[in-house]
Design a protein around this ligand. Structure first.
Ligand SMILES: C[S@@+](CC[C@H](N)C(=O)[O-])C[C@H]1O[C@@H](n2cnc3c(N)ncnc32)[C@H](O)[C@@H]1O
Length: 157
């Protein structure tokens, strides 16, 4: 396998990620490597945002699309079968990435070049190479494991 495996965000971490990004109704959230779409679905339902998921695995794309339809969110969430290294990120207000540090290193320059000033980025477990975090939180999961979330903001050009 030449790409990161599917490891879903634990339900308990979805809202802390979205709160950390200070996501606002009407904004566009990109999940880069969206898996089964669970973060986008929770965001659309609870924060009234538009979602775009980029996912390379066809089986996960199918699962995410099916889940989006099941929640009647087809008008609010688009799942694109694509390699995120080739995705257009210019419409994002918030980008969420749950990827390995190596993969984050592959997209950090693309994010710097493409996302608009004021857009926020949230990473999980690993920081984003080349960026300085604006905020970080540690979330303690029920079995005592600590998870760190990082939030970055694209500065003015
Ligand atoms: C750790 S999982 C995170 C899933 C989801 N974002 C979540 O938080 O529940 C990483 C996801 O990235 C996808 N992925 C890995 N490399 C990718 C690539 N180059 N382009 C698009 N998706 C990719 C994997 O298939 C997997 O679904």
């Amino acid at each position: 396998m030449d790409h990161d495996p599917f490891v879903p965000t634990p339900d308990l971490l979805i809202h802390p990620k979205l709160e950390l990004a200070r996501i606002q109704p009407g904004e566009t959230l990109f999940d880069i490597g969206c898996g089964d779409g669970r973060v986008l679905i929770a965001a659309a339902k609870n924060y009234a945002v538009r979602g775009v998921g980029i996912e390379i695995r066809p089986d996960l794309v199918a699962r995410a699309r099916e889940a989006v339809s099941r929640h009647a969110l087809d008008e609010h969430i688009e799942i694109r079968q694509q390699d995120y290294r080739e995705a257009d990120l210019t419409q994002a207000d918030v980008v969420i990435l749950y990827l390995s540090r190596g993969a984050l290193g592959q997209v950090s320059l693309k994010l710097e070049q493409e996302i608009r000033p004021g857009a926020r980025i949230v990473t999980h477990d690993f920081d984003l190479p080349g960026w300085s975090a604006e905020r970080e939180v540690v979330v303690v999961l029920p079995h005592g494991e600590e998870t760190r979330l990082y939030c970055y903001r694209k500065g003015a050009e």
